[in-house]
Design a protein around this ligand. Sequence first.
Ligand code: PXG
Length: 286
Amino acid sequence: MAPKVYISGKLYEKADAKISVFDHGLLYGDGVFEGIRAYSGKVFRLQAHVDRLFESALSIHLQIPMTRAEMVRAVEETLRQNGLVDAYIRVVVTRGAGSLGLDPRKTTDPQVIIITDKISLYPEELYENGLKIVTAATTRNHPNAVNPRIKSLNYLNNILAKIEGSQAGCLEALMLNHKGEVAECTGDNIFILKAGRVHTPSIDSGILEGITRATVIAMARESGLEVVERTMDRHDVYTADECFLTGTAAEIIPVVECDGRVIGIGKPGPVTRDLRRRFQTLVREG
Ligand code: PXG
């Protein structure tokens, strides 16, 4: 079946799925998005993603031209029309087409785009052996600029950090906040294990409130682990017993080296592996 893309109420063939070059989403990165996954036909944490999308939109003063319930239905229907069961779903809401000039009042008709695709996974080898990461010199957005809690279409800051990671031969890069504290990676939240406790930067460290992060915190607590959300610095990462990243695409992926320092025993640790097993059960069972 040819893939179909949802744009503002209609489904288009991939080749015909187009929006205006005057859309401020393109011209200024003016819009918001979500990356979501479906497992065995069920969309994981769909309501949480839709809620975050609407909160991102509210924060940038963008009125999404449908209700949350309509958005939920549109995502599910697009997935169904594409016949996908294990899928990656990208929801994008742009400010809409307008004249040149920053002023959003010069735009009309925000566009809602839903793209569904087969999920492209990180190589299994990385889950077995763990990732190496480096700290990027590019800092995470200052909360008084585009707040990191907003999943905006303007990801350039994180892309710059990602390039730094790639140039150092790493698939992810650690980003610090404007105070030099650990924030998160370019598209994943970070966790460490130290002395039997799980630690992760708090929301006020200037991070995206990851939905996988929230799931993992709840899951870890349910399994009897203590989870501490706090300010962290790079020393905490270097001296951790275990480290892992969480995200919709990555799920839970172990980190075994940061800035050339070997973390723990240099292999994915038992707590990370156990959480990963639990997570895989959870996404399949709901
Ligand atoms: N931090 C940042 C900056 C992110 O962009 C996460 C953490 C993890 O959040 P979730 O809610 O997914 O647990 C993200 C999410 C992509 C892609 O195409 C990136 C994300 C999600 C989906 C796709 O690289 N980032």
